[in-house]
Ligand binder design. Structure first.
Ligand code: HGY
Ligand code: MN
Ligand code: MN
Length: 412
């Protein structure tokens, strides 16, 4: 077996091992501060220690493995990604980047590489927001962009707050401020991630050199009508909340198809109350996930949606409220890092192309405090956030080689 094959095999083994730490059901469901998270945490800490890294956890549970350099005064060069998942997602989104970071640490240990800068290998928590609804919470904490009050205001579907769950998990969420990094102690952050789209596979390209990440807006729409008996209430006397809500969803879809500039919109979650088949819906709540490479498109779209929701609601004789709870502008990654990733892929003779990310990443926040680079590897059929998510392990090995080369280039 060649060294390359051995590395791909180690990556494969660790990804399969971590994929087992999941709640019941199809695919991987690993929500933050759950037993599944605890099991993955144990495996990651053990792997970091086996790679001779010193390990610490920050206030929210981001796991930081550190390999000291010959010059401890220098800021750290870090690599990593997240290890939580969406519900019934795949075993590569986030986790593959963490495993490849650990593989980089193992290769450095085995090759006896002497690093000047401290190197850090980071497993980030709660990127998906699948439990506490706020995306990229772990990455935001690293960037020092989480307000203490959010630890109480962000709650899961049972009303448990981040602070309560993190404390029960054995962490010290009150030390949130100490989790914040700065350019003074973090020279750069590199995130290897699956593309989660079809471009690299379609163009038969091995490495995606990420140049930018789309802007994200997340909103909740609450439509309030009046519940009634489904049989005895004549149609003209109803204040059915679901019929106008359905029209709103269709209108958002129409607006985005008219913009046709790469902007996308998704209604991923919708609830109907009281929810009985023989009860007229009194209240409907749904989420809106809007993404665009263009800030202006997001602004125009949200304005248009707000007006439309008001008009549809008044015509239907119901009330409606739009609440934006996540707002992140498109991010251009540091040109020096984009160049470093491109040069590494070239030097390693991997086919590569510049690419923009349609998915959000912790890197968007970490880019606010230090230079960030992202390396994409192909996703089979562009599928992600589904059990069918797949990336070839040798592609992950190639991505790891690019990450290693960038870290060493930055270390000189
Ligand atoms: O939603 C996203 O784009 C990321 O996967 N959290
Ligand atoms: Mn994801
Ligand atoms: Mn991800």
């Amino acid at each position: 077996m060649t060294l390359k094959e051995a590395q791909a095999e180690r990556i494969e083994k660790e990804i399969w091992e971590l994929s087992r730490f999941s709640a019941e059901g199809p695919g991987v469901t690993r929500l933050t501060y759950t037993p599944e998270h605890a099991a993955a945490r144990e495996t990651l800490i053990a792997a970091m220690k086996a790679a001779s890294l010193s390990v610490r956890e920050d206030a929210l549970g981001n796991i930081i493995g550190r390999r000291e350099g010959t010059d401890p005064q220098l800021p750290a060069i870090a690599v990593g990604s997240h290890f939580d998942s969406v519900r019934n997602g795949g075993m590569f989104d986030g986790t593959a980047g963490v495993v490849c970071a650990l593989e980089a640490a193992r290769v450095m240990l085995e090759s006896g590489y002497v690093n000047r800068h401290p190197f850090e290998f980071i497993a980030i928590v709660e990127e998906e927001g699948a439990r506490f609804s706020s995306g990229m919470l772990g990455g935001r904490a690293i960037a020092g962009l989480v307000a203490d009050r959010e630890l109480d205001s962000l709650v899961d579907e049972d009303g448990v707050s981040v602070r309560q769950a993190a404390t029960a998990f054995g962490l010290k969420p009150g030390e949130l401020q100490a989790a914040a990094r700065s350019a003074a102690d973090l020279r750069a952050f590199i995130e290897l991630h699956i593309e989660q789209g079809p471009i690299l596979e379609q163009e038969q390209i091995e490495i995606g050199v990420v140049t930018s990440i789309v802007g994200v807006r997340a909103l909740r729409v609450a439509v309030k009508g009046r519940s009634d008996h489904a049989g005895t209430t004549p149609m003209h006397l109803r204040q059915d909340a679901l019929v106008p809500a359905a029209l709103m969803v269709r209108e958002v879809n129409r607006f985005v198809n008219e913009i046709a500039d790469g902007t996308v919109a998704t209604v991923g979650h919708l609830t109907v109350a009281p929810g009985g088949g023989n009860q007229v819906p009194g209240e409907v709540d749904f989420t809106l996930d809007l993404r665009s490479p263009h800030e202006e498109s997001l602004r125009v779209l949200i304005d248009r949606i707000s007006v439309m929701v008001g008009e549809v609601a008044s015509q239907a004789g119901v009330a409606a409220d739009v609440d934006e709870f996540f707002n992140l502008s498109p991010v251009q990654l540091a040109p020096t890092m984009v160049d470093a990733v491109r040069e590494a892929a070239s030097a390693l003779q991997f086919t590569h192309r510049d690419i923009s990310s349609g998915a959000g990443h912790d890197s968007m926040f970490i880019a606010q405090v230090t230079d960030v680079g992202m390396v994409f590897v192909p996703s089979r059929a562009g599928r992600s956030h589904v059990p069918e998510e797949w990336t070839d392990f040798d592609d992950l090995r190639k991505g790891t080689e690019v990450v290693l080369r960038v870290m060493k280039a930055l270390d000189r």
